[in-house]
Structure formats: C-alpha cells, structure tokens
Design a protein around this ligand. Sequence first.
Ligand code: C2E
Ligand code: MG
Ligand code: MG
Ligand code: MG
Length: 287
Amino acid sequence: RAKAAGGNRFELADPEADARAITRHGLTTALPAALERGEFFIEYQPLVRLDDGTVHGAEALVRWSHPQHGVLGPDRFIPLAEHTGLIVPLGRWVLEQSVRQARFWQQQLPEGALGMPLRVNVNLSPAQLHHPGLVADTVEVLERIGLPPGGLCLEVTESALIGADEDLLKPLRQLAEMGVDIALDDFGTGYSNLANLRRLPVSVLKLDRSFTQGMQQHPADPVDLKIVEGIVSLAHSLELAVTVEGVETGAQADHLRRLGCDTAQGWYYARPGPPERLHTLLLADAV
Ligand code: C2E
Ligand code: MG
Ligand code: MG
Ligand code: MG
C-alpha cells in the first residue's frame, strides 16, 4: 500500500506494493495461456438442505494451479480476468465443466433418490452478464451435454444487479423462462432496494456470510437473528428460496434452520473439493 504522503503525489517507493503490482501484471498476462494449458480447475462445494441434511447440489468454484505461485483462489484472478475480458472464455469453460459434472452426477444417482434432480451452481461475473452471447452459449452447452435447464443455477451478485435496467435483465429473464434458476449471490451486502426484488428474475437468495457470522457466538447476535428472520419471510412471500453461505458450526445451522432458511453451504458440511468427494457424499445420501 502506498504510504500516506500528506497529499504529495510522489510517494515513497513501497517495495511490497511494487511486488504486488508486478505479480498482478504477471498474472494478468499469463491468463490466456493458462486457459489454453488447462491450469484452471474446479472445486465443488455441496449445497445441503437444512431440513433433512441431504445434498441437493453444489457450487462450482474455480481455482488456478499456477506453475510458480501454486493454487490461487478466484479472488486473486477473477478481477484480472474481468478487466481483460478473459472472463468470458474462462466463464464459458467453467460453465461447460460444471454442466458436464452435473450431468454425470444425475446419471450416476439412482433415479429420484434425492427426491429432486441434483443441480450445479455457477457464478457469473458482471462482464459475462453484459456479454451478448450469454443466452446462446448457455443454451448450446446445456443442449450439447444434455442437462435439463433445471439442473443449472446461475449465481449473480446483488451488486451486479443494483440499478440494472431491462436490457441487462433480459438475458437472465430468458434463461429463467427456460427453467434455469437464477440466484442472487452475496445478498445483503449491496444495499439494494428490497422492493426491487420483485422485478428481478431470481428464484434464490444467497444470504451473505456476514449474516451467519453473527450466529457463531453464544448467544447469537439478536439483531442478526431478527434481520435474517425478516429476509427469510420476505423472500418466502416472494416465492424465493433462501440459501445461506458460510455455515461453519452446528449452532449456526440450528439457528438458520429455525429461522426457516432452505439450504446451506459452508465448512460445517464440507469444504470445496474435487468432484469425486461430492460423488461419495451423494451416494451415501442415496442409500
Ligand atoms: P461466492 O460465490 O460467494 O462463493 C463462496 C465463497 O465462500 C467461496 O470462496 C467459498 O470457498 C467460501 N466459503 C464456503 N464456505 C465457507 C465457510 O464456511 N466459511 C468461509 N469463511 N468461507 C466459505 P472462493 O472459492 O474463494 O470464491 C470466492 C469468490 O470468487 C466466489 O464467492 C465467487 O464470487 C468468485 N468465483 C468463484 N468461482 C468463480 C467462477 O467460476 N466465475 C466467477 N465469475 N466467479 C467465481
Ligand atoms: Mg457464488
Ligand atoms: Mg456467495
Ligand atoms: Mg460470498
């Protein structure tokens, strides 16, 4: 970080900041070749139904196995990919892998064992949302791989949709009409107008981790409990399902279940991991 230099724009050199800028630059220029060389991989984190603890899906989370820096999390490179536009081909790759994986899980499971078809959640960046090929690409992948649209849930952050006009919402609306679920990710961090929710083609609210954090201590933060209770009741009155992120303890899960949340995701259930791990969990559920 640049040192506070009292308004002087010629700040003292900060070797750490320089190193970070050089790394950022290096990572940015390495992104396209990394995609071609297959250095990205996806971990899947189970989505669990709070009422009976069964796995009903998984969120796809991309990672970069960098030859020098080791495994990098998405926060290190997604913003860079957004900036250069590489997010579009990278996002398409994530979508294709995830759809293949969901198709594989659906085929592997005894029919109806979970009461509903398993689905995969894929994150969409704002740049992908603005890309004109989004609907066509998504339809093409689903059809080619043979996953019913209901097997896919696209996650869009609340902040990406704040102030969104009809042009931006149209592709999401088209996908929703086809049966693809749309989730509002990191909900509660973006200061959006709650009344605005009715206008959005979303069927799931993903409550941000910051809400579940207040339920970790004993007793739980009463204000957090009230807020979540209010959001859940609003969401349900709009016929939206509520998923909670960042559940790390059994106590949190108990609170969230009592407050009427539908599904949960977090380390308490499982960390993100290779697809085989989820496969094992699913088969354990099914017996
Ligand atoms: P997100 O969509 O909100 O994903 C949830 C993040 O919370 C993931 O971080 C996950 O590993 C982490 N997490 C899950 N359970 C817990 C828990 O119990 N405690 C804590 N402390 N953390 C938990 P991750 O994998 O680092 O991903 C960060 C963000 O990067 C994601 O946030 C998402 O916005 C973005 N991202 C990941 N994959 C993709 C992708 O394929 N495309 C795009 N556009 N963005 C992606
Ligand atoms: Mg997400
Ligand atoms: Mg999230
Ligand atoms: Mg989040």
